[in-house]
Design a protein around this ligand. Structure first.
Ligand code: ASP
Length: 402
C-alpha cells in the first residue's frame, strides 16, 4: 500500500474516529472543539465560489463543439432529476408504510390554514442573479453557475478572440485546484472537531426520541446510496469498486461538514482519481453540488410525511405526486450549505398543505439527517459524472483510468 498517496484519507478517517470517541466521552463539553471544524469550513467557503465560477466557465469555454456541450448539459439534468425523483418516491412509500410520526399526537395550531407555496415560476426565476454581486456568496451558487454557463458559452462563441481567455481560465483552474490541495491538509483537524461536536451534542439521548425517524431515514437512504449508485456506476461500464474506494474521502468530508459546496473540491479530486475527464468533472460536479441532491429530495418527502403523521393529518393520495415533484424541485433549489434543505422544507410542507409549525419538530435533529443526506448528495454527483463520461467519451474513457 502506498501510504503517501493515502496519507490524507487516513488522516481524515483517524480525525473522524477520534472525534466520535471524544464526543461520546466528553458529551456537551466537546462543543469547545467546534471551532476546529469552523476553521476548515471557512477555508473551504473562501474558495468554493471562485472554484465554481472558474472551473465551470473554463469547462464550457473549452468545448468548441457546442452540440457536445448541449448533450452534456441535457443528459446531466435528465439523470439528476430522474435520480432525485426516484429517491423521493421510494422514501414516500417507506414513510407511509412505516409511519415514523404516527402517535406523536400533536394538534394543528388553532385557525391554521395552509400557506401558499412559492410558484414554479418563482423557483425558476431565482436561478438568475438579480444583482451581479448575488453570484459571489456560497448561498448564491446556483446563480454563479447560471452566470458561468452564459459566460463560458460566450467565450466559446467568440471563436479566435475567446481562445486566449479560455486558455487563461484553464490555467486559473489549475491554480485554484492547488489552493484546494493546500486547504485539504486542514481537513483532518476540521473533521475531528465537527465529529466530536456533533456526537457530544446529539449523542445517545436524542437518538432515543427521534429514533424511528432517524432509523427510517438512514436505512432507506443508505439502501438507495449503495444500490442505486452501484447500478449507476455499473451502467457507465466502470467497476463500482473503483468508485466506492475513491468516494470514501469525499463521503467522510460531506458527512461531517454537511455541505456539498464545501465537499466539492474533494469530490473533484476523487473524480480525477477515478479517471473522469476534466471537462466532464468540471461541469457535472459543481452543477451537481447545487442542483443534484438525492439525499435532500428523500429528506423533504420523509419530513413532510412525518409532520403530517405527527399532527394526525391523513395525506390524501392525490397529494403524493405533488409531494414528490415539490420535494424534488426543492432539492434542486436547496443551497449546498449545512441546513440548506431545512430552509427549503417550508416549500414542501406548505405545498402539501401541512402546518409549517411542524418544521420545528425537525430542527432539533436536522444536523443528524443533514450529515447523511449531504454524503448522498455529494457522492451521487461523482456517480452521475461516470455515466456522463461514458456517454460522451464512449468506451475509451474506461481505458484512460486506472
Ligand atoms: N447540507 C446539504 C448539502 O450541502 C443540503 C441540505 O441541507 O439538504 O448537500
Amino acid at each position: 500500500m502506498d501510504w503517501k498517496k493515502h496519507a490524507l484519507i487516513i488522516a481524515i478517517a483517524i480525525g473522524f474516529i477520534l472525534g466520535l470517541i471524544t464526543g461520546l466521552s466528553a458529551g456537551k463539553a466537546a462543543s469547545v472543539l467546534k471551532p476546529l471544524g469552523d476553521l476548515f469550513i471557512r477555508l473551504m467557503r473562501m474558495i468554493v465560489t471562485p472554484l465554481v465560477i472558474i472551473t465551470i466557465t473554463a469547462a464550457i469555454a473549452q468545448i468548441v463543439d457546442l452540440r457536445r456541450l448541449g448533450k452534456l448539459i441535457i443528459g446531466m439534468f435528465i439523470i439528476f432529476i430522474f435520480l432525485s425523483a426516484l429517491g423521493a418516491s421510494i422514501m414516500l412509500w417507506a414513510a407511509l408504510a412505516f409511519g415514523p410520526g404516527v402517535g406523536v399526537g400533536l394538534s394543528p395550531p388553532p385557525g391554521y390554514t395552509p400557506p401558499t407555496p412559492p410558484s414554479v415560476v418563482d423557483l425558476i426565476l431565482g436561478v438568475i442573479p438579480f444583482d451581479f454581486v448575488d453570484i459571489f456568496s456560497v448561498a448564491g451558487l446556483l446563480k454563479a453557475i447560471f452566470f458561468s454557463i452564459v459566460l463560458g458559452l460566450a467565450i466559446s462563441l467568440a471563436g479566435e478572440k475567446g481562445k486566449p481567455i479560455a486558455r487563461a481560465l484553464q490555467y486559473l483552474s489549475e491554480v485554484i485546484l492547488k489552493v484546494v490541495m493546500l486547504v485539504m491538509w486542514v481537513a483532518p483537524i476540521g473533521v475531528f472537531g465537527y465529529a466530536a461536536w456533533l456526537m457530544g451534542t446529539y449523542g445517545t439521548g436524542i437518538l432515543v426520541a427521534y429514533g424511528k425517524l432517524i432509523t427510517l431515514d438512514y436505512s432507506v437512504s443508505l439502501a438507495f446510496f449503495f444500490i442505486v449508485y452501484t447500478i449507476v456506476v455499473a451502467l457507465s461500464k466502470r467497476n463500482p469498486i473503483v468508485y466506492w474506494k475513491n468516494i470514501i474521502e469525499p463521503a467522510l468530508v460531506a458527512f461531517t461538514t454537511r455541505s456539498s459546496a464545501v465537499t466539492l473540491p474533494v469530490n473533484i479530486r476523487a473524480a480525477q482519481r477515478i479517471g473522469i475527464p476534466d471537462y466532464v468533472t468540471s461541469l457535472v460536479l459543481p452543477v451537481g453540488a447545487t442542483c443534484h441532491m438525492d439525499g435532500t429530495a428523500m429528506y423533504q418527502v420523509l419530513c413532510a410525511v412525518f409532520i403530517a403523521q405527527a399532527f394526525g393529518i391523513t395525506l390524501d393520495p392525490s397529494l403524493f405526486g405533488t409531494i414528490i415533484v415539490v420535494g424534488t424541485l426543492a432539492a434542486v433549489a436547496t443551497a449546498a450549505i449545512p441546513g440548506g434543505g431545512l430552509l427549503m422544507l417550508a416549500t414542501t410542507v406548505a405545498a402539501a398543505g401541512l402546518p409549517l409549525e411542524g418544521i420545528a419538530l425537525i430542527v432539533a435533529i436536522d444536523p443528524i439527517l443533514d450529515m447523511l443526506r449531504t454524503m448522498i448528495n455529494a457522492s451521487g454527483d461523482v456517480a452521475v459524472a461516470t455515466v456522463m463520461a461514458r456517454v460522451l467519451e464512449g468506451p475509451k474513457w474506461f481505458l484512460k483510468s486506472s
